[in-house]
Design a binder for this molecule. Sequence first.
Ligand SMILES: [Zn+2]
Length: 109
Amino acid sequence: MSGETRAAYTKHDPLYPGFINVTEDESSITITMRGDPKVVSGSFLCGFAHERGLPGRCTPGDPNCNNYCNHDDNQPMPDSPAPSSQTICGDTVQLTLTKLEWLALKGKF
Ligand SMILES: [Zn+2]
């Protein structure tokens, strides 16, 4: 995409902040927008060693692991896995308007 940015705004969420960007070229205006991030609840599930630190994953013995996988035979298996939450990046969409369509939109502000 080439063109000159006319306006842009990014929110202040610490992870995957939503944003809007308006870019203009010779014949059109392109508006790009990413929605707000979503926080979803889940559970920590034991993974492999290389998955340590990934969202919703624990490895036996790490601080989030409650031994639900029961890999540690010396620890009791709990009734349920530990709760976790994960931030999901919002969808990004792009809309391209002709100059006439853009002017018609601006007239509504
Ligand atoms: Zn675990």
